[in-house]
Design a protein around this ligand. Structure first.
Ligand code: GCU
Length: 498
C-alpha cells in the first residue's frame, strides 16, 4: 500500500466511524462485478473500433513489481522535445495574439480528437432549479446556501436521466456580487449510502458506481475522499472561501457522468449516444465533467449574488485533471486551481516517471479520455505501435490554452501521500513550457525561465505566485487545501493588480 493509499484508506475508515458503522467499508460493494464486466466490454469494443489487438500494460506504482513505474529522474525524459505551442501546423511561428487564436484552434482540435474527445453538437439543454435555500454559519460568517439541480432534457432518450447536483454558498452580508470557486466534488451522500448496510435500494441502479476497477498492474485506488468535510483538520475549502469574501459552488462530478467505463453508456455521454457505445473521438468523463461545469457556470451567470466574471474552477486528482480541462476549454472561467492532477492533467505525457499513458489506456482509466487515446498505449494493431511521443499535443499546451487567465498548478509532497506517481516535476516542466504563451498574451508566467528540461523543481512551500501562471508545492498530502490561502491571496492580488 502506498502512503497515498494509506492516507485515503485512513480517511475512509474515519468516515465509516463517523457514520457509526460497526463494519468498515467492504472491498467489493454490490454491483461491482457487473460494473467491471460492463467496463471490460466497453473497453474491448473501443479496441475493436480502433483495430487494436494488444495494449501495453500500465505501470505498477509498486517499485518492487515487475512492471514498476520509473522513479529515476535520469530516465525520465525519453522524449525531451515537446510539440510546439507557438508554431502553427504550417510551420509559421506564432508571434501575435491574433496568430495565437489560429494556433489555439489547432491545439483544441488535437486535444479533442486524440485526447479528451469532442462534446457532441446536439447536447440537450439543462434547466436549473433551486431545490432549497438555507442560512448557515461557516466559521463566524453567515452564508446563504442553495441546493441546485440542473435537469438535462432527456426527451430524445427518456431511459437515461441526468440531474446535475450542485451547492452554491455566498456570504450573506457581501456588499456586492462575489467571486465564486466551483469545485468538483465526490458524491458524499452516495458514499454515505454505500457504506451503510445495503438498503432495499429501489434506486440502486440509478446511483453510479463510484469504484473503479484496478488498473492493469496497479493497486486499486479509491477516488479522492471529500476534503475535510467536518473541519477536524482546520478550515474547510468553504470556510477559506467565505472568509476571503468568496462564494463556493461544489459540483458533484458523478451527477454529470459516472466515473467508470461501464458508465460511458450512461450519464450525459450515454444520453447523447442514446445508450450506445462511444465513437473514438467522442468525449470521455473528464470532458463531460468539464461540460457540466460550463452548464453550472450558465446558472451562476443568472445569480445576482455572483460576480460571473470571476468564477474559478478547482479539483484534486482526477478532478484536478477535470478542472484543468474545464479551464482550457471554457474561456468564461477566470481562474483555476489544479490540485495534484498527474497523468491526464498537468503532467507531461512524454515523461517516463510514475503514472504513464498506459495507465489511462487500460480499463481502469480510459473512460476519462477519448477512445482515440487508446492508440498511444498500443503495442499491436492495424496501425502498428504508438507511444506517448506520437501524441500530437502534450500537457504544456493544455496549460497554454488557459492563458492569459489565472492558472495555479498545485501539488503536495510524496512523504505525506501525494505520491511520486503523480510526477510533480513533470507537471512543473509543463507549467514552465506554457510560459511563452502566457507572455505572448500579455500575462506574467512563473518567472523561472523557459528551460523546462534543466530548471530544478522549486523547494517545497516555495511560492511562485508573482504571475498569472503560478506554482506551489505545499508540504501536505494528496489535497490542495494547504494551498487555499495562497491561492486566494494570489487571485485577489492579481485581480487587484489589473
Ligand atoms: C489513481 C490514478 C490517477 C488519479 C487518482 C485519483 O491514482 O492513477 O490518475 O488521478 O487515482 O484518485 O483520481
Amino acid at each position: 500500500m502506498t502512503l497515498r493509499n494509506a492516507a485515503s484508506t485512513g480517511l475512509l475508515l474515519a468516515f465509516a466511524l463517523v457514520f457509526g458503522l460497526a463494519h468498515p467499508v467492504s472491498a467489493q460493494p454490490p454491483g461491482m462485478a457487473e460494473m467491471q464486466a460492463a467496463t471490460r466490454k466497453d473497453h474491448q469494443n473501443m479496441m475493436e473500433q480502433l483495430g487494436i489487438t494488444k495494449l501495453r500494460p500500465g505501470k505498477n506504482a509498486d517499485v518492487k513489481a515487475d512492471n514498476a513505474a520509473n522513479y529515476n529522474e535520469e530516465l525520465a525524459n525519453p522524449y525531451p522535445d515537446l510539440p510546439e505551442a507557438l508554431t502553427l501546423a504550417n510551420g509559421e511561428k506564432v508571434t501575435t495574439p491574433e496568430q495565437w487564436q489560429a494556433r489555439r484552434g489547432e491545439i483544441i482540435e488535437d486535444f479533442e480528437r486524440e485526447v479528451y474527445g469532442r462534446v457532441p453538437k446536439d447536447v440537450p439543454s439543462v434547466k436549473w432549479e433551486v431545490k432549497s435555500t438555507t442560512e448557515k454559519k461557516i466559521g463566524d460568517i453567515d452564508v446563504i446556501e442553495k441546493q441546485l439541480e440542473g435537469v438535462v432534457d432527456n426527451s430524445a432518450h427518456p431511459e437515461i436521466e441526468v440531474k446535475i447536483s450542485a451547492t452554491l454558498g455566498v456570504p450573506k452580508n457581501a456588499s456586492g456580487p462575489v467571486p465564486v470557486l466551483m469545485m468538483f466534488t465526490f458524491d458524499f451522500s452516495a458514499f454515505a449510502r454505500s457504506v451503510r448496510p445495503a438498503p432495499k435500494a429501489p434506486d440502486a441502479k440509478d446511483a453510479p458506481a463510484k469504484d473503479e476497477p484496478a488498473k492493469e498492474g496497479q493497486a486499486k485506488t479509491p477516488p479522492p475522499p471529500p476534503r475535510n468535510p467536518f473541519g477536524f483538520m482546520g478550515p474547510s475549502p468553504n470556510e477559506h472561501l467565505v472568509k476571503a469574501g468568496w462564494g463556493y459552488c461544489s459540483l458533484v462530478a458523478t451527477s454529470i457522468q459516472p466515473d467508470n467505463g461501464a458508465g460511458l453508456t450512461k450519464g450525459i455521454i450515454g444520453l447523447t449516444n442514446k445508450g450506445q457505445f462511444r465513437k473514438p473521438d467522442d468525449w470521455g468523463s473528464l470532458r463531460a465533467w468539464a461540460w457540466g461545469a460550463s452548464r453550472t457556470l450558465d446558472y451562476l451567470e443568472t445569480e445576482p449574488t455572483v460576480d460571473a466574471k470571476r468564477v474559478g474552477i478547482e479539483g484534486v486528482s482526477r478532478y484536478g485533471k477535470a478542472a484543468l480541462v474545464a479551464m482550457a476549454f471554457e474561456p468564461r472561467f477566470a481562474v483555476v486551481l489544479v490540485g495534484s492532477s498527474g497523468e491526464g492533467g498537468a503532467k507531461l505525457h512524454r515523461r517516463n516517471f510514475g503514472e504513464a499513458v498506459e495507465n489511462l489506456t487500460g480499463s481502469g482509466g480510459y473512460h476519462w479520455m477519448a477512445g482515440n487515446f487508446l492508440k498511444y498505449g498500443t503495442a499491436e494493431s492495424k496501425f502498428g505501435e504508438k507511444t506517448a511521443k506520437d501524441l500530437p499535443v502534450d500537457s504544456h499546451q493544455l496549460i497554454a490554452l488557459c492563458a492569459p487567465r489565472l492558472t495555479f498548478i498545485s501539488y503536495g509532497i510524496p512523504e505525506k501521500g501525494d505520491a511520486n506517481w503523480l510526477d510533480q516535476r513533470g507537471s512543473y516542466m509543463a507549467t514552465l513550457a506554457a510560459g511563452p504563451t502566457f507572455r505572448l498574451l500579455g500575462a506574467k508566467d512563473l518567472g523561472a525561465g523557459d528551460d523546462y528540461l534543466n530548471t530544478p523543481l522549486p523547494k517545497v512551500n516555495e511560492s511562485l505566485l508573482d504571475g498569472d501562471l503560478a506554482w506551489r508545492q505545499h508540504d501536505g498530502g494528496h489535497t490542495d487545501l494547504p494551498n487555499f490561502p495562497h491561492f486566494l491571496e494570489w487571485a485577489n492580488k492579481r485581480w487587484g493588480a489589473k
